[in-house]
Design a protein around this ligand. Structure first.
Ligand SMILES: Cc1cc2nc3c(=O)[nH]c(=O)nc-3n(C[C@H](O)[C@H](O)[C@H](O)COP(=O)(O)O)c2cc1C
Length: 217
């Protein structure tokens, strides 16, 4: 069995990556007696684009029907992730949505499986469990006020259509810099941020761990 975490953050050891790692620890813990491998894929290490609209994946009788025909670093990843026993997507929120890198990855992963028939049926080889971890500067009440949940719901519906409905969690009011005094950032109170980081982030890590465990159960 194999479970992948897809890191949509350019940073490999900050908020999103830490929570993804915790989720994979939860997977391992829940799967104790089963043989299970986990892997984190850092999208920003790879050279790829979003869908190029070539429609080779929809061409009747074509060699790439139901598959992405674009040849770049993501091709191999698409193949292995499509056969996974679980996928945990993770992204920081950039300008109100997931990062461009993760959006491009999702286009490439999902669009070839979407059939343009009456029911928009799917060709995905597996209906593996999925989860989504979002991290953002916005505190929870701001996230709600700005309507982020509607955006997340839309992303999750697309994933649900092709695979399964993602379990979702949010980590709000995240720490963006190691030292707030070095950056123009008077929009935020460093004190409040530090307190939130100290108290809430460990709870978010625990939540991510439980999310990973639930994915396998
Ligand atoms: C380009 C950019 C845009 C951002 N836009 C938003 C935003 O619209 N809303 C928000 O709440 N946070 C925003 N943030 C903050 C990040 O989402 C937040 O710090 C996140 O937890 C960073 O994740 P990381 O530590 O895994 O990189 C933005 C950060 C960057 C760099």
């Amino acid at each position: 069995m194999k479970v992948y975490a897809i890191n949509g953050s350019p940073r490999k050891n900050k908020n999103t990556a830490t929570l993804l790692q915790k989720a994979l620890e939860g997977v391992k813990e829940a799967a104790k007696d089963k043989e299970i491998e986990t892997e984190i894929i850092n999208l920003y290490d790879l050279n790829y684009t979003g869908c190029k609209s070539c429609f080779a994946c929809k061409r009747l009788g074509g060699v790439s029907y139901g598959k992405c025909a674009v040849k770049d670093d993501i091709q191999e990843v698409l193949e292995k992730v499509s056969q996974a026993d679980g996928i945990v997507f993770g992204s920081p929120i950039y300008l109100g949505t997931i990062t461009g890198q993760l959006q491009s990855f999702i286009e490439r992963l999902i669009f070839p499986y979407l059939v343009y028939d009456e029911n928009y049926s799917t060709l995905s080889p597996k209906k593996m469990p999925t989860a989504f971890i979002y991290t953002m500067n916005a505190p929870e009440e701001v996230m709600n006020k700005l309507g982020y949940l509607k955006t997340f719901d839309h992303i999750e519906s697309t994933i649900e259509h092709i695979f399964t409905k993602p379990l979702a969690m949010y980590s709000n009011n995240t720490y963006q810099f190691d030292d707030y005094s070095k950056y123009k950032s008077n929009a935020f109170s460093e004190e409040a941020k530090a307190a939130h980081r100290k108290i809430q982030f460990p709870l978010d890590c625990q939540k991510a761990f439980e999310l990973g465990a639930s994915l396998i159960k």
